[in-house]
Design a protein around this ligand. Sequence first.
Ligand code: F3S
Length: 280
Amino acid sequence: MKVILAEHSGFCFGVEKAINTVFSKMNEENIDKRLYTLGPLIHNTHVVNELEKKGIKAVDDLDDISNGIIIIRSHGVPEEVYEKAKLKGLEIVDTTCPYVKRIQNIVKDYYLIGYTIIIVGSPDHPEVIGINGWCNNEAIIINSIDQTKNISFIDKICLVSQTTMPIELFCEISKDLENKTNDIKKFDTICTATKRRQDSTRNLAKEVDAMVVIGDNHSSNTKKLLEICHSINPDAAFLIQSKDELPIDQLKKYNVIGVTAGASAPSWIIKDIVEILKEI
Ligand code: F3S
């Protein structure tokens, strides 16, 4: 079987930076405090389990801990979380991705000068919940063109996007909103790592018989990659988290398989899967 790996796949810059920061903190000499992550550090059960073995526990809420070091993951958090952590006397290690930090700063600045913030994103995604927390949780959050129809005239709009949204959707929504306001400030805040992964997945999916998408089904950017593959070949796109989930029997019938991976998929998992596929 011929196996082609997408040109851009796997750990993005933000996730790599978060993991390196956590490992270097963990290896600091004289560290006498317990380390916690607020939510799983990345959407990858294997990595989260490895961290847990090394004593780094994921907690859902700051109320779950009374002391120690809290790691803020690359998705970022609402502004109030920093205040609460300081009040509790927790040390903060902030691994918010710089691309996400930029969105938080934009929405804060424009909210303070009277703009209505609109976020193109999934309302229940931690990154979006975090961004909304920098504009007093007052953002309008939409993730389909139909939802813009429910928006009536707004004097001033600041439009941003969750970093992993498809660019086509952002452009469509932004065009529609232009007719509903006197003043729109548009920020294409989709990160380049996401764009590259989506473009190279799309190109590869058109060339091969079937696609294997590696990543967690809770990961937004992984789900988008799967959607792209489904849109090109609905019956031949498979989402797996590790080599144990490879649908070998179903893959056997194809000659050329494309492999892509979400931004939270470690390189060693991708490598293992590619090797196994080549053996089929
Ligand atoms: Fe950052 Fe983009 Fe990754 S926003 S965490 S570099 S997917």
